[in-house]
Design a binder for this molecule. Structure first.
Ligand code: FES
Length: 270
């Protein structure tokens, strides 16, 4: 259990907010993940969270609020246990996204950006999920549910409401929106490499390239490793890269001043 030192934010969260600020050469660069961590703790971006982020980063509440109200992933109203986002952008809409959204509205008795009475599901229209080759797409806590139908979408939300284990079609087992927000903030949960990284529709181009012997030109100047030679290798590499990008977070570009290894330079953050 975490000790509460204020109305809402735990001492642990406040320490982690400082940790996030320390990951960047300029502390204010940490504002986006810090706001996600506030959401992980409090289920939304609260006035308290805005104030604490501002204090840590030397920003005014107006500056933090400007960010928190600009991006749609930051929520100012309490969220349900799960966030269900139905893509209603053009391709998904014509492939059935509008129908899925309307069916879920009726099934959950909510409108856009509202939470079901049992507090389990917050439903939102989202555009675009960058997964158009799997349209119509739904996301649960930012994990993909590809090629949905009104019936499959209803089944997913019913299983979530019943507390059953639900697996993303192209990603990890569903946890909760708050847990997902903590991962987005930069605190991994060990599930990052669970599930397939790419689905068949995304691999069509690679398969055609394999058949025809096409390959990307070597990137000798940048020192980048050679491109994978087959679809199988490409998928395996995608998985490895995804896990690697999480596990080397301490040495990500955001942590490296002027492109140097952090061990070679003094941190300049507060
Ligand atoms: S239009 Fe829905 S994922 Fe792109």
């Amino acid at each position: 259990m975490t000790e509460q030192i204020s109305e809402g934010l735990s001492q642990t969260t406040i320490a982690e907010l400082h940790e996030l600020a320390g990951r960047y050469p300029q502390a204010r660069s940490a504002l986006l993940p810090m706001l996600h961590l506030v959401q992980a703790d409090q289920g939304r971006v609260t006035a308290e969270g805005i104030g604490v982020c501002g204090q840590i980063l030397g920003l005014t509440e107006a500056e933090v609020s400007a960010v928190a109200t600009f991006y749609t992933m930051y929520k100012r109203r309490p969220m349900g246990t799960h966030h269900v986002g139905v893509c209603t952008n053009t391709l998904c809409a014509v492939m059935g996204g509008d129908e899925i959204f309307e069916r879920l509205c009726g099934h959950l008795d909510v409108g856009n950006d509202e939470t079901s009475e049992d507090g389990r599901i917050t439903l939102e229209k989202v555009e675009c999920n960058a997964a158009c080759d799997f349209a119509p797409v739904m996301m649960v806590n930012w994990e993909f549910f590809d090629n949905q139908t009104p019936e499959s979408a209803v089944e997913v939300v019913d299983r979530l409401r019943a507390g059953e284990a639900v697996q993303s079609t192209r990603g990890a087992t569903i946890t909760s929106w708050r847990e997902a927000e903590r991962v987005i903030a930069g605190f991994e949960d060990g599930l990052v490499d669970e599930g397939p990284a790419a689905g068949p529709a995304s691999l069509v181009g690679l398969e055609i390239a394999d058949e025809r012997g096409w390959a990307a030109p070597p990137l000798e100047a940048s020192g980048t490793e050679a491109a994978p030679e087959s679809t199988t290798e490409a998928v395996a590499e995608a998985d490895t890269s995804r896990a690697g990008s999480e596990t080397v977070a301490d040495q990500s570009p955001a942590d490296v001043e002027g492109g140097k290894d952090p061990d070679e330079s003094e941190g300049t953050h507060d």
